[in-house]
Design a protein around this ligand. Structure first.
Ligand SMILES: [Zn+2]
Ligand SMILES: [Zn+2]
Length: 106
């Protein structure tokens, strides 16, 4: 029996822009979550239209919402396992408390 439960659960932690696990997850006012980078660059392309919408539900926000990091999603266990991309996250790292691995990346 192949249950799809796992996939459903995973969708909750996936970004619908890059279709990967959320990286630096942020939740926008409609309740959907995206990677900080993904939604930022998505909204960058919308800047000239003076409106910013959710890629998933198309709800639009004016002015551009301030993005707040979702620490609950960020603390998901298991996200660190494949972390060759950790270097990209450096600029938004809070403290280097438990992220010694980022320094070893190169
Ligand atoms: Zn993404
Ligand atoms: Zn939405």
């Amino acid at each position: 029996m192949a249950q799809q439960n796992n996939q459903l659960d995973r969708a909750k932690f996936c970004c619908s822009v890059c279709l990967d696990l959320l990286k630096d997850p942020v939740t926008i006012p409609c309740g959907h979550s995206y990677c900080m980078n993904c939604i930022q660059s998505y909204w960058d392309t919308e800047d000239e239209k003076k409106t910013h919408s959710c890629p998933q539900c198309r709800q639009s926000f004016t002015p551009r919402p301030v993005l707040v990091k979702n620490t609950m999603l960020a603390d998901l266990p298991g996200r660190r396992s494949s972390s060759s991309k950790a270097a990209e996250q450096r600029r938004s790292s809070r403290t280097a408390a438990d992220s010694g691995e980022a320094a070893v990346a190169r």
